[in-house]
Structure formats: structure tokens, C-alpha cells
Design a protein around this ligand. Structure first.
Ligand code: ACM
Length: 449
């Protein structure tokens, strides 16, 4: 009934009446781990660290029933007598949210932090900039968010349809907003990893400061790979050093993203120099797997292996750290089925079961894995819920639970215990048998692969 499944769960006889009192002790044990005992004498937790205690409390909440996930939870619940032993399989249990293609208002971003915490996920990678929008307030270069934060229009569905939505879009987070998100996440043992994408996916910045680009142009209203990239000259590198200074001021985590993906005409020197700068500032650069092609990178650069897992294996050979996120398995914007009513179907079919079956390569050597939510076609929190859940629940189990997985048992546990929790939380997930009528978007063109 617990999700993600713990290392062990032994149910005893009967139930106890629980008023929220938990006796906690610190013990030595695996990082983020805990033991939990529910007996007629009460609820006891032995936790390795603060995170372990936090996860023990998440488990207690799950054992308390779906009502415990409502905004006003019951004061007293029945808990099953049981013993739980638990710790995570991977240290990096991540989700990437693309808040650039479609801005996610701060309130909804905080809600996503809560949803990650429920699933014992611990990294929120925020893709803050792209061709279609710049979402990070810059005090030094305010045109980045003032101009780069807005676009006059967007494609209506897949770009190959040629149609436009006819609606402006935009938004940005102030630095105070992001400090709040970082602090809110930290209370839930989630690290926020920011990403400023260079030297491609930079049209929004170029629209704000045309001298940064190889050619000029507006904030992009199309999807896809924009051939315009940042110039690799000294002044542009220096501009971005100053932008990253502001980013480092807001995000205290060690790992900081510089993107590096899909920059067909990009100059590798640009990425190398930003990576070196981050290292010099005491942080660890984090890039998409294309950055392996730019020449030597600082030691312990973190590589997000997305085009498959081979790049991740190469990165390991070169001594880097690796987060596996192969698009074939964990791109949660990809369509969930061949169902004719699947909304804006893009990418390859990636079912709930496909995500559950994902097993990271070199599992004993990687930092972990993350699921990615690109938002070209997820323009609201409701669309995000539909794409993310329940596949993210399956992913949470892949990165937390012991490797032996029983798909039938998972599906039963999901349907009987976890979907009611998501219902109580107000998550508008995709029902297991297909979209609800109002979740289908007939007439909005996709491009299924
Ligand atoms: C990516 O999907 N462009 C990292």
C-alpha cells in the first residue's frame, strides 16, 4: 500500500488509533533511510537523518489513508500495526519542469514541490530559459525578463500543423519568488537545480539583447530547434557569467545547469567557459549529454543522458557523474497510449507500464535518474497533471524502491491506494483506461512518432 514501495513492509494484526504523535530517534543507517514501527504502544521512527525522518512521516501519512492528503486532514486515524524498513535506491530522484515554454505560476510550482515530496522525489530541475521565454528575473539585465519573458503568440499544437494559437504568453519569477521556492523545497528535502540553457535555446535572451546572438529576432513563437545561437565572443561569455552570478545568489545548491542541448551551430568553447566559471565559483556544472562533445569539462560535471544511455556510459568512463533520463523511457510529455483521444499526441508511446519497466543502465554507478516534463504542449497545471500522473508515481518507485519490481502488484497498489491519494490531493491524472472527455483536446494537432 506504500508508494514508492519500501525495502520491507510487514503487516501485523489489527490497527491502532493514531493522533499524530510520532516518537523519533536518530540512528546510524543508510542516507535518507528510516525504520518505522506501528504497535499498540504507538508509532516509533528510527531515522538516519532529517530526510529519513521526513520520509518516515510521508509513509505514516500514506498509512493514514487518502483523507490524510486533504488540505484539512483528520485529527485521528486508524493505522495498521506494521513494521517498515526503508531507504532510497538512488541519491538523485529528479523531475525536470520546463517552465520556459509555458510559464507555471509560482503557486502551481509550489504545489508541484508538494507532489514531489509525496513521492519521495528529491530533485526539482527547473528549465528556466529557452527560445520561447526567459523566466528568471535579472536585476543586472532586466530586459531578459521584461522583454524575454513574453511572446506574442505560440504554435497551435505541433509546429508542423502551421497554425498559431493567436494568444500571447509569458511570465517570470522574481528572485524572491525563486528564493521562496528553494526554501519551500528545502523544507521537503528537495534540492532545486536551476538551468540557464546556453548556447542554443537562447532566442528569448537574444530578443532582449540582440548583441548576444549570431543573428537577432524576437522571442520565438515556434517550437523545435532554433538555428540562432549565442555568439561565443568574450562579451557574451562575460554577460552570462554575470547572469550566472545572479543565479548562484538565488540557488544555493551545488549543481547548476547550463543546458548545452541542441545547439547545432553552437561553439563548444562557450559551454566550456561557463562550465569552468561555475567550477571556479565552487559549483558543479550540469549539462545535457551534448556537452560531452565540447572538449574537456571540469571534473564531476553532471551529465543528463537524454538521447539514450550511451552518452551516460561515456560520461562515467570520463569520470563524470550521471543522471539517466533517456527520452524513450522517461519523457513524460510523450503520449501515454495509442488511444485516439490522447490529447496532442507527440513523441513515442510511453505508457505507465513502460515507465515502470525503466531500469537505469549502470545503476550501481549513476547518481540516479530523472523524468522530464517539456511543456510545449502542456500549457496549464491541468495539462501538466495529466501528463505527469500517474506515470511520475511509477517513476518514483523506479528510483526509490529495490530493483525487483512486480508490475501487477504495483498496478493494484496504485489503483487501490495511490490514485485515491492523488484524488484527495486534487491531481487531475490520466485515468488508467484513457482520458476523461474534457482531457481530450480534439482538433489540436499532435505529431505522433
Ligand atoms: C532535450 O530534450 N532537448 C534535452
Amino acid at each position: 500500500m506504500i508508494l514508492p514501495r519500501p525495502v520491507s513492509f510487514t503487516r501485523g494484526d489489527g490497527e491502532i488509533s493514531f493522533d499524530g504523535t510520532v516518537h523519533v530517534e536518530r540512528v546510524t543507517g543508510p542516507a535518507e533511510g528510516y525504520r518505522l514501527s506501528v504497535t499498540p504502544d504507538g508509532v516509533r521512527v528510527w531515522a538516519s537523518d532529517d530526510a529519513g525522518e521526513f520520509y518516515a512521516r510521508q509513509t505514516v501519512r500514506q498509512l493514514s489513508g487518502p483523507a490524510a492528503f486533504r488540505s484539512v486532514a483528520p485529527v485521528r486515524v486508524a493505522l495498521p500495526v506494521c513494521e517498515v524498513e526503508d531507504h532510497p535506491r538512488f541519491a538523485w530522484r529528479g523531475v525536470m519542469l520546463d517552465v520556459a515554454r509555458h510559464f507555471l505560476p509560482k503557486h502551481d510550482l509550489l504545489r508541484y514541490v508538494d507532489l514531489l515530496a509525496v513521492h519521495k522525489l528529491n530533485v526539482l530541475h527547473l528549465h528556466l530559459t529557452d527560445d520561447q521565454g526567459w523566466r528568471f528575473e535579472s536585476l543586472k539585465f532586466p530586459r531578459l525578463h521584461e522583454i524575454g519573458g513574453w511572446r506574442p503568440d505560440s504554435r497551435f499544437g505541433d509546429r508542423r500543423s502551421g497554425g498559431m494559437a493567436g494568444r500571447p504568453h509569458g511570465g517570470y519569477y522574481t528572485q524572491d519568488d525563486l528564493r521562496e521556492v528553494v526554501a519551500y523545497a528545502a523544507l521537503r528535502h528537495i534540492t532545486v537545480v536551476p538551468e540557464i540553457d546556453v548556447p542554443g535555446h537562447s532566442q528569448a535572451a537574444i530578443a532582449a539583447y540582440p548583441e548576444l546572438g549570431v543573428s537577432g529576432g524576437e522571442v520565438w513563437t515556434d517550437w523545435g530547434i532554433n538555428p540562432n545561437v549565442l555568439k561565443a565572443d568574450e562579451s557574451t561569455v562575460d554577460f552570462y557569467r554575470q547572469v550566472f552570478d545572479e543565479v548562484l545568489d538565488v540557488f544555493p545548491g551545488e549543481v547548476v545547469g547550463l543546458g548545452g542541448d541542441e545547439a547545432e551551430a553552437g561553439d563548444g568553447r562557450f559551454v566550456r567557459r561557463i562550465a569552468q566559471y561555475l567550477r571556479q565559483r565552487g559549483r558543479r556544472p550540469f549539462g545535457w549529454d551534448e556537452v560531452l562533445g565540447v572538449g574537456p569539462l571540469p571534473s564531476r560535471t553532471v551529465i543528463a543522458s537524454w538521447r539514450g544511455e550511451d552518452a551516460g556510459l561515456t560520461a562515467l568512463e570520463r569520470g563524470h557523474d550521471v543522471v539517466m533520463c533517456p527520452e524513450k523511457h522517461v519523457y513524460l510529455d510523450y503520449r501515454q497510449s495509442d488511444h485516439p483521444a490522447e490529447p496532442i499526441p507527440v513523441g513515442t508511446v510511453t505508457t505507465l507500464e513502460d515507465v515502470y519497466r525503466y531500469e537505469p543502465a549502470a545503476a550501481d554507478r549513476v547518481l540516479g535518474a530523472q523524468a522530464n516534463l517539456w511543456t510545449e504542449h502542456l500549457d496549464s497545471p491541468r495539462r501538466l497533471d495529466y501528463a505527469a500522473f500517474p506515470r511520475l508515481s511509477a517513476f518514483a518507485e523506479v528510483v526509490w524502491s529495490p530493483v525487483a519490481r512486480d508490475e501487477a502488484e504495483f498496478l493494484t497498489r496504485l489503483a487501490e491506494h495511490h490514485l485515491p491519494r492523488l484524488d484527495a490531493l486534487g491531481v487531475e491524472y490520466r485515468p488508467l483506461d484513457g482520458p476523461r472527455p474534457w482531457q481530450a483536446l480534439p482538433g489540436v494537432p499532435g505529431f505522433p512518432r
